[in-house]
Design a binder for this molecule. Structure first.
Ligand code: SF4
Length: 356
């Protein structure tokens, strides 16, 4: 059961409440290379990213916010440290959300200016706690980095905003330690109802990062915790988006999509199931199909006709391999026999008939 959180509007996307869980990513090109950032933002948008974040280290980079807003339709989040004027300028430039830690802003007078400006422009603020940069006094109080200290830090930063009547808040409590991050979010979801942006930070390359993120983000989503997710990988951010979408798909939390199941193969397999599965996956992820799916379906690719259709009875459609041929089946019932070389095209056509 999903934990009830407040609804927050980030540009045209709403998170929290009953809204779908949004997938985020972050641009990784140098901030002063506008064209490369625009190209990457477009790639992320067409990969299915719902919200894009960009670092704004300097005043020169504010034009990047303008340019992104001109070139993509999804919301843009400005990530800013320390400089309150930069926050105001980014909001003025059209940022749909800002990520700051109010505790890093020099004086409360400036926090008040940020709160007023963001209230006037209806721009939410993400309070982004990171286990590696907790406030000194909080670290001293707990004597170590722990989930309780992370929640305390979030509460401290939230209160600085609430003091100036600002409640349009999203919270993140990231750590590279999967267990720590899971526990921190669990505790936070018990004590507040602001929407939670969840993710494992510094998760590494694709090899381990996908596993850490799937465990961290996945465990929380199963608990009903999390309103937007960001997979953080030392890779092309398009992979972050694909991984985020796949985590949601695995839990049946993604909007209309195709769930492919395939068997591990064994001695009974007589056709190249590995290659067939990769081909089917690639075709189904193509933009033409992925963007136009009108319902959820499960597709099975199984190694043998003896066990395949039965083992995958819950699939809406599937193929199973024989010797130089295969069968097409629906809900476990064999529909027709197909030569091996036509298996992929026949399956794709059947899927298109069902979902487009
Ligand atoms: S479906 Fe057939 S080929 Fe695949 S694992 Fe099961 S028995 Fe083996």
């Amino acid at each position: 059961m999903r934990k009830k959180t407040r609804e927050v509007k980030i540009g045209k996307i709403k998170i929290g409440g009953d809204n779908p869980i949004a997938v985020q990513s972050m641009l990784s090109k140098p901030s002063d290379n506008i064209q490369e950032n625009i190209n990457q933002a477009k790639e992320l948008e067409s990969a299915g990213c719902d919200i894009i974040r960009v670092s704004v280290p300097d005043y020169d980079n504010i034009k990047l916010i303008h340019k992104l807003k001109e070139n993509i339709k999804i919301p843009v989040v400005a990530d800013i440290h320390f400089d309150y004027k930069l926050v105001l300028e980014c909001v003025y430039a059209g940022a749909d959300k800002v990520r700051i830690n109010p505790g890093n802003i020099e004086t409360e007078k400036y926090i008040k200016s940020i709160a007023n400006m963001c209230n006037n422009y209806n721009v939410p603020i993400r309070v982004g706690v990171n286990s590696g940069s907790l406030e000194k006094n909080i670290l001293e109080k707990y004597g170590k980095i722990c989930p309780e200290a992370m929640c305390d830090s979030a509460l401290y930063n939230i209160k600085l905003l609430e003091k100036y009547d600002f409640n349009n808040i999203v919270i993140s409590l990231k750590s590279s330690d999967v267990i720590m991050m899971i526990e921190a979010y669990r505790q936070m979801s018990e004590i507040c109802d602001y929407p939670l942006h969840i993710g494992v930070t510094e998760a590494g390359t694709e090899k381990m990062g996908v596993i850490k993120s799937s465990i961290g983000i996945g465990s929380l989503l199963i608990d009903g915790i999390g309103d937007t997710i960001r997979v953080s990988l030392t890779e092309d951010p398009v992979k972050e988006v694909h991984t985020g979408i796949n985590i949601l798909k695995s839990l049946n939390m993604y909007r209309n999509s195709i769930n492919i199941v395939s068997c591990p193969t064994c001695g009974r397999t007589k056709i190249d199931i590995m290659n067939i599965t990769k081909q089917v996956e690639e075709i189904l992820e193509s933009q033409e199909i992925a963007k136009n799916i009108k319902k959820n379906i499960k597709v099975a690719i199984m190694g043998c006709v003896v066990n395949g259709p039965g083992e995958a009875k819950d699939a809406d459609v599937g193929i199973a391999g024989g010797n130089k041929y295969g069968v097409l089946f629906k809900h476990g019932q064999v529909i027709k026999k197909i030569p091996e070389q036509d298996l992929v095209s026949e399956l794709i056509q059947e899927i298109k008939n069902m979902i487009l």
